[in-house]
Each structure stands twice: as structure tokens, then as C-alpha cells.
Design a protein. Structure first.
Lengths: 298, 287
């Protein structure tokens, strides 16, 4: 009986430990498959052609610069919206709103994060794009701007949620000290609370922006999908095509193991590496902050 | 300038607070408006035929039952793979893992897993499940792809729920002669259950609404019958909404809004359920 119990305990412990390591296994497997299917692109397409400005796969033009610039443009646009609004709402919820209002509004903002991106894309096509076309007098409403606006909306909940947690975690004694010294609540927020929570807020911004780069369905539906090289913020008013949308739109129609197939996986590899870099940096910030906090407290 | 602001610091505060309130309103109101708008526009489309019939006339008439059932299958399939694995991984991190480099690596992997773009999951699923393991475009391949995507959500929320159980509960169980696993199964898990359920629902909610990961792993444009086995492709609500709003010309707007509403009800319903479970558990908590 006792022996039986030991065996079961041993087996279960092993299983649990294996599951614990599963995340590492999956990340490695994803990396491996992207390398396996994406790297052949480098030998099939000369590097100069891959990093050129013309994307027209039917005639074997595989220049991915327009796609990268499209992703950057839409993401920067989204950031311009999501960063001030995200942080602003977080400050309002954490520092200004009464507790009951915060408890009501925060789930609402998080609901926005839970809305399927295809629903936002759908509304983008039917409502946002026509409105933008008419008000800005553009030839088409399916532009980088529509994508940026919707992506901003998608990134806001991430920024709000994480920054609000960070602001909330600032010890009350910090605020009390500032207020006791005669600062107004507004001064306390800007000179004490926000600087104290800055690493959490920075993480929030990075993760929010990171999510925008990877967003697929919304941008595919509303940005017009024209692979034209974007050169500046002025191109917000013309159609663009992002890396994610290209993969989603074209992968269904390519032959397995063709050059086009390999190039699409290569774009996936670039996206994977970008998200890896963003997340590594974000967690490094958190880790460093934790160490500093431990030093201060001890 | 600075002096002006110092002198008028009460005014500054008033202006600042108003600005932030305005920003919050500008964020919250569109969310509420969006949800209400879809309900108002979609409600007329909802009928028994719409939720129980197959699409007809090139999807311009009839219902969306294959998409509803498909999303249900995909969510169920995702749950089968990701829930046991995710909870086990969370148990490891919360109850077993030592504070060392390996554990830090696991945590880093989880953070990265959570940040990988959904379309990259689609590529991975295509490469591994559809082609390499030869599952074909199928419910199985799509569910497995969604499971891996959902895993980080389930792991982090479950771990949080497990860690919230006070250490004294474990100490008592072990001092009564329980083994580590017995302690976890009979004491820690039951106490953390509501938190775990909340996390699982939130993870699955995300899976149910995703389109990009299933695009090339299991989603079908149109099927005249329901899938018979896990190796069949399936229609799914989010993909169906994408199809009828971009790929089908002269699609009646009513059906589009109706589909959006059904998807929204699915997602918000799960969200509400999660909030309810969490709220009830907080009220009944023993510590």
C-alpha cells in the first residue's frame, strides 16, 4: 500500500514537472518550425531581392520592405493613440476615480481586449472606414489610419490593465508623504506615483505595442492590403499591407514548399523574433525593477 | 511659466483631472456604443432558423448552425488539451519549482508564448500539425494550435489562484501526514478551484474568438454538413464573420450583424461567467 502510494506520487510528480517545462518545449518547437520552413527562403531568394521594395509574388517579386514598413506605420499610429489614452485611463482609474467606479470600469475596458479582432475589423469595414473616407475626403477609407485607430483600441486594454496594476502597487505611504508636504493630488500623481510605477507602465506600453504588431485580422480587413512602401506618417492616409495580413491572406493559396511558402514562413520568423525581443526586454525591465525594489525594502 | 502653474496649481489639477476623465469617457463610451450597436443591428436577424439552419444561397440566406457547432467543437478541443496541461504546469510552478535558472527560463518561455502573434501560431500549426504530423486541415490540428496559444493564459491565472491559497492550509495537511500530491489534490486545488475556473474560461474565450490561428489549420469556408470526426475541417463563427464580411459579394448586412451578435454573445457570455465565478468565490472564501 505504502509502496503503491510512493509510486503514484513519483509518477504524478514527474508528469507535473514535465508539464511545467512544456512552455519551453513549445517555444522551441515554434522557433524550430519557423526556421525549418522559413530559412530556405534565404537560399531561394537573393538577400537583395528579399529586402527590396516590390512585393508581387505572382511574378516572383518577394521584397518584404513594404510589408515591414506597413507594419511599422500601423503600429506607430496605434501607439500614438494607445499610449496617452492607455496611461491616461490607467491614472484615472487608479488615482482619481472612486473605488466603486474603478471596479465597474476596469472590467469594461478589459472587455474591449476580449472582443474578437474579427468583430472590430467587421465594424471597421462597415462604420469606421466609410466615416473616415467621407470626413477626410479620401479615395478609400481602407487605409493605414483605419488600422491604426482600431489597433490603438485593441492595445489600450493591455496598456490600461498593466499600468493600472503598477500604479495601484505604489505604496500608499509615498502618496501620503507627498500630500503631507503640501503637494496637490495632481502633483503627487506626476512627480511621485507615476515615476514610482514607471517600469510597470513601460512594460505595459511595450506589451501593448507588441500586441499591435502581431494583430492580424483587424488590419487585414481594414488597411486596404496594398503592398506599397510607406515612407512617413503621411502615408497613414493611404492603403498599406502589414506582415501579419500578408501571411494570413496568402498562406491559404500557396503550394507547400514553394518559394512563396518559404518567404511567408520567413516573415513569420521575423514576427516571432520581434515579439521575442519585445517580451524579453519587457521582462528584463520588470526583473530589474524587482531587484531594485528588494534593495530599497531591505 | 512654471511659476504660473505653481500659483494656479489647483486650476492645473482641475484641468488635468477633467482631461483624464474626458479620455476615460472617450475610451469607455465607444466600447459600450459598439456592443449596443451590434445588439441593435443584429437582433432582427436572430431567429430560430438563423441559429438552427444551414446557410443557403451561397450563405446569403438560412442560418449559421455549422459555424456555431464548429466554434463549440474547437473550444471543447482546445479545453481538452490546454486545461490539464496548463493546470499541471501551474501546479509545478506554484508548488514544486525551485527558485533557480530553469524556473526563470520557464517563466520567460510563458511570457514569450503569450506574446507570439496569433498568425504565427497559425504558421506553426500548419507546419507541425497539418503537414508534419499529417492531421490535415482539421478540428484536431486547429484545436491543438489554439491550445498552445491558450496555454500561457491558463498557466498564469491558475498559478495566481494556487499562490493565493494561504501557506497554512498546506502546512496543516502535511503535518497530518499527507504527501505533497495529496496536499495539492485535497487541499490546495479545491481552494483554488474558482480562480482556476475563471482563468480557464478567460483562456478559452480568447480561443473561441480567434481567427488567424485556424485560418490554415482547420477552418472551412463553407461545409454543407457538420464535421463527423476530429479529422474533418469545420466552419467557425469568427472565420465565418470574416468570410461573409469580406469574401462574399452582395452579402445581406442583416446576416453579417446577426453573426457578429452571436459571436459577441458567445464571448461576452463566457466573460460574464468568469466574472460571476470569481465574484461568488470571493464572497464565499474561507480565508
Amino acid at each position: 500500500m505504502q509502496k503503491d502510494l510512493n509510486w503514484r506520487e513519483f509518477l504524478i510528480t514527474r508528469l507535473i514537472k514535465f508539464s511545467g517545462y512544456s512552455a519551453i518545449i513549445f517555444v522551441s518547437m515554434i522557433f524550430f518550425f519557423l526556421l525549418k520552413e522559413g530559412l530556405p527562403a534565404l537560399s531561394e531568394v537573393p538577400l537583395g531581392d528579399l529586402f527590396s521594395t516590390r512585393w508581387y509574388p505572382i511574378e516572383s517579386y518577394y521584397g518584404i520592405l513594404p510589408l515591414i514598413s506597413g507594419s511599422i506605420l500601423v503600429t506607430v499610429g496605434a501607439g500614438i493613440i494607445a499610449v496617452p489614452f492607455g496611461i491616461g485611463v490607467a491614472i484615472y482609474l487608479a488615482e482619481i476615480a472612486p473605488r466603486w467606479l474603478r471596479n465597474m470600469l476596469k472590467p469594461l475596458v478589459e472587455l474591449l481586449g476580449g472582443l474578437p479582432s474579427v468583430v472590430l475589423g467587421f465594424l471597421g469595414i462597415l462604420i469606421l472606414s466609410p466615416t473616415l473616407r467621407v470626413t477626410l475626403d479620401l479615395p478609400t477609407g481602407l487605409t493605414a489610419l483605419s488600422g491604426a485607430l482600431l489597433l490603438g483600441g485593441i492595445a489600450i486594454p493591455t496598456v490600461v490593465s498593466i499600468s493600472e496594476d503598477a500604479l495601484d502597487a505604489v505604496p500608499k505611504s509615498y502618496r501620503d508623504a507627498a500630500l503631507a508636504l503640501g503637494a496637490t493630488r495632481w502633483q503627487t500623481i506626476w512627480r511621485v506615483t507615476l515615476p514610482a510605477a514607471r517600469s510597470g507602465v513601460l512594460t505595459a506600453v511595450m506589451l501593448g505595442v507588441g500586441r499591435s504588431i502581431g494583430e492580424t485580422m483587424t488590419v487585414m480587413m481594414v488597411t486596404g492590403n496594398a503592398p506599397i512602401l510607406a515612407k512617413g506618417l503621411g502615408d497613414l492616409f493611404s492603403p498599406v499591407r502589414t506582415m501579419t495580413a500578408t501571411i494570413a491572406a496568402e498562406m491559404g493559396e500557396v503550394a507547400n514548399a514553394s518559394t512563396h511558402y518559404h518567404v511567408l514562413f520567413f516573415i513569420g520568423l521575423v514576427l516571432f523574433l520581434i515579439s521575442l525581443a519585445v517580451n524579453m526586454t519587457a521582462s528584463a525591465i520588470v526583473f530589474r525593477q524587482k531587484k531594485r525594489a528588494e534593495r530599497v525594502l531591505s | 511659466m512654471n511659476k504660473f502653474f505653481t500659483k494656479n496649481r489647483d486650476l492645473t489639477q482641475k484641468l488635468g483631472f477633467s482631461l483624464l476623465t474626458l479620455m476615460t469617457l472617450m475610451t469607455i463610451l465607444p466600447i459600450i456604443a459598439t456592443v449596443i450597436y451590434i445588439i441593435v443591428q443584429g437582433a432582427p436577424a436572430i431567429s430560430w432558423t438563423f441559429i438552427s439552419d444551414f446557410p443557403r444561397e451561397g450563405m446569403r440566406e438560412g442560418g449559421i448552425i455549422p459555424a456555431i457547432i464548429g466554434t463549440f467543437y474547437l473550444t471543447l478541443g482546445t479545453a481538452i488539451f490546454s486545461v490539464p496541461l496548463g493546470i499541471a504546469a501551474a501546479i509545478y510552478l506554484s508548488e514544486y519549482a525551485p527558485e533557480n535558472k530553469a524556473t526563470r527560463l520557464i517563466r520567460l518561455a510563458i511570457i514569450n508564448l503569450a506574446g507570439i502573434p496569433s498568425v504565427v501560431y497559425g504558421l506553426f500549426g500548419l507546419g507541425l500539425f497539418v503537414l508534419f504530423l499529417n492531421f490535415g486541415t482539421s478540428i484536431l490540428a486547429a484545436s491543438l494550435t489554439l491550445s498552445i496559444m491558450t496555454l500561457p493564459v491558463i498557466i498564469s491565472t491558475t498559478e495566481e489562484a494556487l499562490r493565493a491559497v494561504p501557506q497554512s492550509f498546506r502546512t496543516v495537511s502535511i503535518s497530518l501526514g499527507g504527501t505533497r500530491w495529496q496536499t495539492i489534490r485535497k487541499t490546495v486545488l479545491p481552494q483554488a478551484l474558482p480562480g482556476i475556473i475563471t482563468g480557464v474560461i478567460l483562456g478559452l474565450e480568447r480561443a473561441a474568438g480567434e481567427t488567424a490561428p485556424i485560418l490554415f489549420t482547420g477552418a472551412a469556408f463553407f461545409l454543407p454538413r457538420l464535421p463527423h470526426s476530429p479529422f474533418d475541417a469545420t466552419m467557425a463563427l469568427p472565420y465565418h464573420l470574416f468570410v461573409i464580411s469580406t469574401q462574399v459579394p452582395e452579402m445581406p448586412i442583416k446576416i453579417q450583424y446577426g453573426t457578429a451578435l452571436v459571436l459577441l454573445v458567445f464571448v461576452i457570455g463566457m466573460n460574464a461567467l468568469a466574472t460571476f465565478v470569481r465574484g461568488r468565490a470571493r464572497a464565499k472564501r474561507q480565508w
